[in-house]
Ligand binder design. Structure first.
Ligand code: SF4
Length: 459
């Protein structure tokens, strides 16, 4: 496996720290034939908007686009669960020839009458861009007829990278922002952007902020509601996690409503504490917020520390590989793994930019492989070469880890337990520990040789 060559045109997107000048050729379309791990533009939009639980999500395209993203995040809702349905106009050959606008209008009308959503998002897929349906015009017409916001999402799959899908989702959200009442919004108030409540993380984070005395006006988009998004322009600050996805919206809100924003991460002890302290510092005109924040951080850290210390003993010196969507998440993962005593030997992302990779290069140890827009073969090659014990990624990385016979931790859509917040750090440590120390890997053929060679070194 380690002798597998890298495609010539991919060389500039793979670096090993310390072996050559570092200049990542990122932010471009995936190489044809490379079989990228990236999702399409439409999928990028879908994952951002999906957790808005009282909206209708209608995918205008062939059935495969809807099937591929059905319940893609499994994001939890404390109320309605309309987001978990996958509606499609199911375009067929006849629609491609004669156009799908009538079918779209009929589907929207029927679904709005039946489910009574607060708003509807209509996702344009590849074929819709090709046949030229005027999705925006259909949305405007249905909006007038039904009296709810009907928002086109211009997310034709072929028109860019997953990041363009984030932008299309933010454009749709921005049309909702500013349409609701800002009554009862306190001066010390925030919107949480880029938290998707996959395992209940949004509830943990919201609880911390409320204990600090900070009003949470909206969460975009975890456990999201249309009315909250509509009044989010009344918040005093936007706090942006998963910066690749929601920074577009934060920038637009800053330009139109003057809402400042800050980037945070809720993963790992240091970054979680920093996120709370940064928000408290922003509201330093109310010093009681900082005092409460200190008490919360002390209480939470003291609670998790004894078990974390026990787990660290077993994980010391183990090697980890990371491949995630946004690079910002990788920064926090590196810090959290180091805290657990582990070494990061490979790190990559689907959508990182030049500044993200410069930060990754600064953070990583010499010899760490840093990749942009990788494919399964490259990931497998470096996992073997670097003798990783753990792979952290999402649904598409899981089979790679298991085929290589190493531990896996889902840090993406399919996790069922929250990994954010202080308690999330403990969940993460437990999951990593359980997976890495499982005795099952000794029976995996791909892993047996690596384990044997490590024993040799130890002797
Ligand atoms: S939008 Fe295009 S690339 Fe994306 S799932 Fe549909 S057909 Fe595939």
């Amino acid at each position: 496996m380690s002798s597998i060559p890298i495609l010539e045109a991919r060389q500039a997107q793979i670096h090993q720290k310390g072996t050559q000048p570092f200049e990542m050729d990122c932010g471009k379309h995936s190489l044809a034939g490379s079989v990228s791990q990236r999702a399409c533009v439409f999928c990028g939009s879908r994952v951002v908007l999906y957790p808005i639980a009282d909206a209708l999500h209608l995918i205008h395209g062939p059935i495969g686009c809807a099937a591929y993203t059905w319940d893609i995040r499994g994001a939890l809702s404390s109320g309605p669960e309309l987001h978990r349905m996958s509606f499609s106009t199911d375009l067929r050959e006849k629609d491609v020839i004669f156009g799908g606008e009538k079918k779209l209008a009929a589907a929207l009308g029927e679904l709005i009458d039946q489910y009574r959503p607060k708003a509807a998002f209509v996702y344009a897929t590849c074929i819709v861009g090709i046949i030229g349906d005027d999705v925006a015009a259909v949305c405007r017409k249905v909006e007038q007829e039904k009296g709810i916001p009907v928002l086109p999402v211009h997310s034709e799959g072929f028109k860019g990278t997953k990041k363009d899908g984030y932008k299309a989702a933010c454009d749709a959200l921005f049309k909702l922002v500013g349409t609701g009442s800002t009554a009862d919004i306190a001066p010390v108030s925030i919107n949480i952007l880029g938290e998707f409540n996959i395992g209940g993380e949004a509830w943990i984070i919201k609880k911390y902020y409320e204990q600090m005395g900070v009003q949470v006006v909206s969460i975009m988009t975890g456990d999201g509601r249309v009315d909250q998004v509509a009044r989010s322009h009344g918040a005093a600050l936007n706090v942006v996690q998963c910066s690749g996805a929601l920074t577009f919206l934060a920038e637009m809100m800053k330009a139109k409503y003057g809402t400042p924003y800050m980037r945070v991460s809720y993963f790992g002890i240091d970054d979680m504490a920093k996120a709370l302290y940064d928000v408290a510092e922003h509201f330093n005109a109310a010093p009681e917020v900082m005092a409460r924040t200190r008490a919360i951080v002390r209480r939470e850290v003291e609670t998790i520390m004894p078990e974390l210390n026990r787990i660290k003993c077993d994980l010391y010196g183990k090697r980890a590989a990371i491949y995630v969507g946004g690079a910002f998440k990788a920064f926090s993962l590196i810090k959290a793994l180091r805290y657990l005593g582990m070494t990061v030997v490979l790190v990559g992302s689907q959508t990182g930019n030049e500044s993200d990779y410069a930060t990754l290069q600064d953070m990583c140890d010499d010899g760490t492989v840093i990749l942009d827009d990788a494919n399964p073969l490259e990931l497998s090659k470096y996992i073997i070469e670097k003798k990783a014990d753990l792979f952290i990624g999402g649904v598409k990385e899981r089979p790679i880890a298991f085929k290589m016979g190493i531990g896996f931790c889902d840090h993406n859509h399919e996790r069922k337990i929250p990994l954010a917040g202080f308690e999330g750090m403990l969940h993460f440590a437990r999951e990593v520990h359980n997976s890495v120390t499982s005795p099952v890997w000794q029976f995996a053929p791909a892993r047996a040789a690596v384990l044997e060679s490590k024993k040799e070194v130890a002797r």
